[in-house]
Design a protein around this ligand. Structure first.
Ligand SMILES: Cc1cc2nc3c(=O)[nH]c(=O)nc-3n(C[C@H](O)[C@H](O)[C@H](O)COP(=O)(O)OP(=O)(O)OC[C@H]3O[C@@H](n4cnc5c(N)ncnc54)[C@H](O)[C@@H]3O)c2cc1C
Length: 382
């Protein structure tokens, strides 16, 4: 067992961190304040090869494994959580099922543009009446000749207002429950498909989220993604990638909180002493460091298992996401506390981090759902 990153990973981390600090972090506040979709950042991430890491080179991918992607992802989430989220929805939640379950023609059509950052993708599962309960969705597709006619609506979809391509989760046979779900590729501009305005959110305000509407929306048979009725199982695999990605999101935010807190504690004076002198501040910083370091190891383990296609990767993805997302919310709250009144003010990074952190406990399955998944694994084991 070796806990060290390789020399290549260390070098890559260093150069990617530099890029994030120079090119991405400086605009994060503006992106948040004015809810600007960070398309330029996504193009840059395409150019550097980050979006394509681990995907086949013939589809526009570049070399890389899930651990290295997590190492770099932390730097991106630390610099700008909104960019991280939108990039992940496009080159992760959309691109992963296309890569894993798509036909050669689908991979050729969709992956190169997405992995270059030219095109934007989204994955649409959640509906107004069904989020955690995926089998409670109502959107359906009926076969008509060679076409499938989709009807229904989705909500809270990351990149919803700006995407070029969508993977849409529907029932193709409602009677069959989890064995009646399928995935379809829908392109922006398809007749019968429309999207709502960006929803006004607490955090990650630069990553646009919206409703999607399907009104007798006809897509050709070749837009079925993967096997008919196998969508639920394809989704489960996709969400293992997504949950590790979401854990990295929380890790980056938590690490940013730690660094901000240390810097502030070393400069701010109270009672003629630096804040860093007070034991209460030490305890907060020590706890941040402890939870962040434990989480990082957990995430790397989950990512390593994913790279080996270990069936337990799903369990570790849930453990890692649950652990760091809940601690990141606490860590962000403590960071605001260390900043005192300034921490509550717009323009202070910890104020944004505090708002962004909460999504880690909701997106890609809430903490309650992660606990349910972990319990199921434990029950099967004992
Ligand atoms: C910013 C943002 C971006 C998002 N992006 C996407 C996206 O790109 N694609 C997409 O499809 N979705 C997306 N979502 C939706 C997200 O995945 C859902 O919000 C989430 O899965 C929870 O579903 P819900 O909101 O319907 O809550 P509900 O499922 O209604 O849950 C409400 C509460 O009840 C709890 N609960 C539900 N069931 C159980 C249970 N069995 N046991 C215990 N507690 C339970 C939940 O944990 C939660 O606390 C996004 C959401 C946000 C906020």
């Amino acid at each position: 067992m070796d806990f060290e990153l390789t020399e290549d990973q260390k070098k890559l981390k260093e150069s990617f961190a530099e890029l994030c600090v120079k090119e991405i972090a400086p605009r994060a506040d503006l992106i948040d304040r004015e809810s600007i979709f960070p398309k330029e950042n996504i193009l840059l991430l395409g150019k550097t090869g980050f979006l394509g890491m681990g995907f086949p080179e013939e589809n526009g991918g570049s070399q890389g494994d899930p651990v290295t992607k997590s190492v770099l992802g932390e730097e991106l989430a630390k610099a700008c959580a909104a960019t991280y989220l939108s990039a992940g929805a496009s080159a992760g939640l959309f691109a992963v099922p296309v890569w894993k379950f798509g036909t050669e023609a689908q991979k050729k059509r969709y992956l190169p543009g997405i992995l270059a950052g030219d095109k934007i993708g989204a994955l649409a599962i959640t509906e107004p009446d069904a989020g955690s309960d995926v089998l409670g969705i109502k959107t359906s597709a009926q076969k008509k000749g060679n076409d499938w006619i989709i009807n229904g609506s989705k909500t809270f979809i990351t990149n919803g207002p700006v995407a070029d391509y969508y993977v849409v989760v529907v029932y193709t046979d409602k009677e069959k429950n989890r064995d009646g779900i399928s995935l379809f590729l829908v392109e922006q501009g398809t007749k019968g498909f429309s999207r709502g305005k960006p929803l006004d959110k607490l955090g990650v305000r630069g990553s646009p989220t919206s409703e999607l509407f399907f009104d007798d929306c006809a897509v050709p048979g070749e837009n079925l993604l993967g096997e008919l009725h196998m969508g639920f199982y394809q989704l489960v695999q996709t969400l293992t990638h997504g949950r590790i990605g979401m854990a990295v999101y929380s890790l980056g935010i938590a690490q940013a909180c730690l660094e901000e807190s240390i810097n502030y504690a070393q400069t701010r004076t109270a009672f003629k002493k630096k804040l860093a002198y007070f034991q209460d501040i030490h305890f907060k910083i020590a706890d941040m460091k402890m939870y962040i370091d434990v989480a990082r190891e957990l995430i790397y383990k989950a990512a390593w298992m994913l790279g080996r296609e270990d069936p337990q990767a799903m369990l570790f993805a849930s453990i890692a996401k649950l652990f760091i997302s809940e601690h990141a919310t606490r860590i962000a709250s403590d960071a605001v506390q260390i900043f005192g009144g300034y921490g509550f003010m717009k323009g202070y990074k910890v104020e944004r981090l505090y708002r962004d952190a909460k999504l880690g406990e909701i997106g890609e399955g809430t903490s309650e759902i992660q606990r349910a998944i972990i319990t199921r694994f434990v029950e099967e084991q004992y």
